[in-house]
Design a protein around this ligand. Sequence first.
Ligand code: PLP
Length: 378
Amino acid sequence: MKPLTYLDNAASTPMRKEVLEVMYDCMQHVYGNPSSLHEQGRKAKVVVEQARRSIARLMGVTPSEVFFTSGGTEAINTILSRCVADLSRRHFITSRLEHPAVLKCLELLTQEASIDIHYVDTDVKGHINLTHLDGLLSNHKDAVVVLMHANNEIGNLLPATAVSELCRGHDALFFSDTVQTIGKYEVLLPKLGIDFAAASAHKFHGPKGTGFMVVRSEHLFKAMLRGGGQERNMRAGTENVYGIAGMAKALEMAHEQMDADYRSIAGLKQTCINLLKENISGIQFNGDAEGNSLHTILNISLPGGVDPEMLLPALDIEGICVSTGSACSSGSIKRSAVLKALKAEPGRPSVRVSFSCFNTAEEINYFVEKITAICQSS
Ligand code: PLP
């Protein structure tokens, strides 16, 4: 059996041992409903509220601004639809490089609530054109700017402070999809000027199906799910107590180990870039791999000749897990919308590798060896 080389951490990450322990302990000993008034109920409530306090502290906001969700997609859908329903926003400025959870939700809102979407220009590397953003903001008052903090396919980082300054100058709200950056960087939302943020625990070694959104208190909207008083009347339904406890532990650990993890992961990414350049002639990288880019993501553009349909299965046979786009679109060989928007050459197959603190230099060597062999045999 080949050892597993897991390089798909932007899709999902393995859980940390300590997170599993917290969740297991919680499952065994904290089985009450947080809304119950007896001892077991109070115990569960304490777990949920301690997690909220811990997460709020790491985001630089108050606990009352943190709302637990089932993950990034729910947070994104809620924020966008409540901005329309409760905050009466009609103009949404976004980019064509956003996650489908943003783009599909906005498309639906154009039909349901007659909002207008305005797409900001991006350059060849996929960075936002701030001058164009400024122009769009001048023409559309009271807009919501929806731009992701780091792109999940190419890793580009957004200059969030520059964007929020433009937003402030035009009375616009700023929603950043922070799913790929929370747990990787210190994302202090007030410092960055972000009004709404979305997070997903399984991207930072926490459990799947658990996430949170941050809604700054001055833009608080109304209930997202009705039928109970949970989440201060915002999201009815019994809380995912184990998931929430695991997520808080995962985020605390991500912050404790952030500097060391950054150094080791950035080192792996650079090693991967160097080895690929040495071994595969004509290799390119989509996005801004060696510039303003997330250390955990590398999007490789292979020379023409490699069969895109064979690439993933060929790597899979070698025990290597990577992605050709976002996880939601893998499984079908549909060309990535992000690469299309970047006008990447259609004849060049692309592979997204994404690293975590659990990867090693040996794994990078192994991946480069196998992908080089695939290129040579094509
Ligand atoms: N936004 C980004 C940037 C993502 O990478 C993802 C997951 O791939 C999501 C949103 C959706 O998050 P979740 O899987 O928690 O629904």
